[in-house]
Design a protein around this ligand. Structure first.
Ligand code: UD1
Length: 429
């Protein structure tokens, strides 16, 4: 299993290109199941999760062609996928595949909407809390699906097709909103989703669905209205930049000091996180090409932050912020409200000498003057990268073990960081 070796202490200087958003690319690829015409997606990141979803879609009979690079393409430009779900040969998504990535469960929505049936294994994915699918099932039932659970599979049927309905989510859920949105595009009549997630990735998917002929308004607000249509068609869409990758590298620069241009980043996608970094004493300058992040001389000031649905501070940046605050001048408080059990990085950060105390949903981090490199183990996707951030500022050598989580969500992490002066290498095998 690959490992990453880091020698800490170097400031970061240079440019980091921001990739397409994993959390938009996955539902966009899944949305291709809604039409028998080809959906072309540009700026798809090269990630293990994307490759796995290609296999999962292939199992349903979807043809995916990855276009090669053309002259003039940027070195880091994402891939272009031509996805054709002309013939869906199988409406079952098996345990062996779905258990590896939670988002693949979402195929249930387009399969049900277009084929009127789906059999999908209950999901796996990052071990951050129980992460149930009850609200996804509730949304599909509201749209008229008959659902049973048998042998670990969700079996969904809608013999006469789905019917528009009012779906009110009792809590904000990204997965629930994606599923409701996709399913409702082909339902008869109109659907209202209230208390919908407002994450930019939801808006990106809705934009793409509208290009495919869907009639969706209000995406990006808590109330989304969908007028069902009989059929969707092909389209071409560019995946929006990854706000979590953007925030992660911003925190890495904040941690090491230096100055880095995050090329292609869009500040409005992560304003809450950028505001927190400004409070911490980091210089954030939006410009034509993205965001410039710098910390020169000044230390890191402690912050108090609570994770919240968009536009709040994202749970997917919580571990990275905690790593940064291990070096702050004073005590920081970070409260996690989205996922229970999303503090698995705490014990690993302690191996660097960080001082973190947990009390229920809140972590108190007492900044220390120095971190020391250590062997550590990656647990979930975002936790893994928090260990990389700590290692970049730690004295001596860190070996990050079990990095397959990193490969699920961060494209060419070690290349991007070493190009800015970090001493970081992947050790294969
Ligand atoms: C998505 C993101 C993930 C991010 C999260 C929150 C993708 C591929 N993943 O995950 O990176 O951390 O949003 O921004 O886009 N819940 C229920 N019942 C359900 C569904 C969810 O109780 O049926 C709960 C969850 O346990 C959690 C909360 O709702 O406590 C939010 O989950 P949700 O927004 O659905 O997260 P994901 O879509 O899984």
């Amino acid at each position: 299993m690959d490992r990453i070796r880091i020698i800490g202490g170097n400031k970061l200087h240079g440019t980091i290109p921001i990739s397409g958003a994993k959390n938009a690319a996955l539902p966009l690829m899944i949305a291709a199941l809604l039409t028998d015409e080809t959906l072309i997606l540009d700026n798809v990141p090269r990630l293990a999760d994307v490759a796995l979803l290609q296999r999962i879609l292939g199992n349903h009979g979807v043809d995916i062609m990855a276009a090669g690079k053309r002259p003039g393409d940027h070195e880091y430009q994402g891939q272009t996928l031509h996805i054709s779900a002309k013939n869906i040969i199988d409406t079952t998504a098996p345990y062996e595949l779905v258990s590896k990535m939670r988002a693949s469960f979402w195929v249930v929505a387009p399969l049900l909407a277009r084929m009127h049936e789906a059999k999908v294994s209950l999901p796996g994915g990052c071990a951050i809390g129980t992460r149930p699918v009850d609200l996804l099932i509730m949304a599909l039932e509201k749209l008229g699906a008959e659902i049973s659970i048998d042998g670990g599979y969700v079996i969904a049927k809608a013999p006469g097709g789905l019917k528009g309905a009012t779906i009110e989510f009792p809590k904000v859920t990204v997965s629930g909103t994606h599923v409701a949105l996709m399913a409702a595009t082909l339902a008869k009549g109109s659907t209202i989703i209230s208390n919908a997630a407002c994450e930019p990735e939801i808006t990106d998917v809705a934009d793409c669905l509208n290009k495919m002929g869907a009639r969706i308004t209000g995406a990006g607000t808590p109330r989304i209205l969908i007028e069902g249509v009989d059929k969707l068609h092909g389209a071409r869409h560019t995946v929006l930049p990854d706000r979590i990758e953007t925030g992660t590298y911003a925190m890495a620069v904040a941690m090491t000091g230096g100055e880095v241009q995050l090329s292609g980043a869009r500040p409005e996608l992560l304003q809450a996180a950028l505001d927190v970094l400004s409070q911490a004493g980091v210089s954030i300058t939006p410009n034509n090409d993205g965001i410039k992040v710098a910390r020169n001389g000044a230390g890191i000031s402690p912050v108090t932050v609570t994770t919240a649905p968009f536009p709040g501070f994202p749970t997917d940046l919580q571990a990275q912020l905690m790593a940064l605050m291990t070096r702050a001048k004073g005590a920081s408080h970070i409260t996690e409200t989205i996922f229970e059990n999303r503090f698995m990085h705490v014990q690993e950060l302690a191996r660097f000498g960080a001082k973190i105390a947990l009390d229920g949903e809140t972590a108190t981090i007492d900044g220390v003057a120095k971190l020391r490199g250590a062997p550590v183990m990656a647990t979930d996707l975002r936790a893994s990268v928090s260990l990389v951030i700590a290692a970049l500022a730690a004295e001596g050598e860190t070996m990050v073990n079990r990095i397959y989580h990193l490969d699920r969500g961060f494209e060419r992490l070690e290349e991007k960081l070493s190009a800015c002066g970090a001493t970081i290498e992947r050790i294969s095998g």
